[in-house]
Design a protein. Sequence first.
Length: 401
Amino acid sequence: MDMVAGMAGGEGRPGEATPPDPLARLRAATAARRAAGLGRVLRPRTPDHDGLIDLASNDYLGLARDERLAEAAVRAAREWGTGSTGSRLVTGTTTLHADLEDRLRAFTGAARALVFSSGYLANLAAVATLGAGGLVVSDAGNHASIIDGCRLSRARVAVTPHRDVDAVEKALADRSEEHALVVTDAVFSVDGDLAPLRELHEAAVRHGALLLVDEAHSLGVTGERGQGAVHAAGLAGYPSVVITVTLSKALGAQGGAVLGAPEVVETLVDTGRPFIFDTGLAPSSAAAALAALDIVNAHPDLPGQARRHAAALARACADRGLAATDPAAAVVPVVLGPPEAALRAAAVFAEHGVRAGCFRPPSVPQGRSCLRLTARANLGPDDLAVIGRALTAVAEMKVNV
Ligand SMILES: Cc1ncc(COP(=O)(O)O)c(C=O)c1O
């Protein structure tokens, strides 16, 4: 009998002492998380978000279900197949990947681009590879994929307080390592605020460091035509600036990319393990992202619409006494404190016909559980009226806690 299968069923060999149950500690930890309001549940949704207004996804430009993207994806799947068939260095680089890299490069103003199968892997590769053997200076609010890249780099990591340029400057000045990488989200994924990019760039240049900026929440939303926060800060194409993007949010597709100087891309191609040992992005996703870039170029008003709707959501929160900061892009957090309050507020939203993101530790620090509202370019006036009623109910819920 298969030993593992036998033990998993609680059936040790007759006459032998019962071995410890290897799943017991997992059950206990899960029970403890649930008791603390930190259990997580996967809820399969329908294509129309179960009939709710979507204020939870990262589909900032409303492109994820756009016919033009779907058509492009279908055509690519028919022509190229449903998978890229290999790692980028073997058979996983198609002419679609090369086109996409060229278009992303041109859109963001970077010298070169390298496409990955996700934004997570783009960050993992960029931080781990560019940080290895040196110092990585990372903002305390950075996304998990950056934190994991720091771990993988085995570099010394200095985590600096959120948006604290002086702390970055000090970490760079005090280092003994020869090279250093400063890494920050452009727009922070939960707080929705903007990193001080120009000041960080000045600090990085002064100390001979690279600046890596994750544009996951700013590409397609920030800047006049959605070219991202680095472009808006006038830093596009600077050799010391590296950016990472995801194709999975404003561009409505799937995948990611690292953009920067030729030396950066060449280093990642030669040595970036998350690049080398991963199957290339599916052709249909590359084609969908290309179609999204066509749309963004043809409709330069889309990013501004998403930003205006975010500002309207923030105003609606403030009008009801709910803490809201000025959103830098489309992310509008409503901080409620304990995880139970965030869960209750998400339920109130659902009762009003709106789906909001509900963020609890470890996705946010203790005491900062929140609803995360994400604006979309294609929200209508009726949607905003319904959302207003949901926010009123959450404000009343807060008063009554
Ligand atoms: C700031 C940030 N960076 C990177 C990622 C990862 O991108 P992807 O979802 O394409 O893997 C995300 C998405 O969740 C994110 O919010």
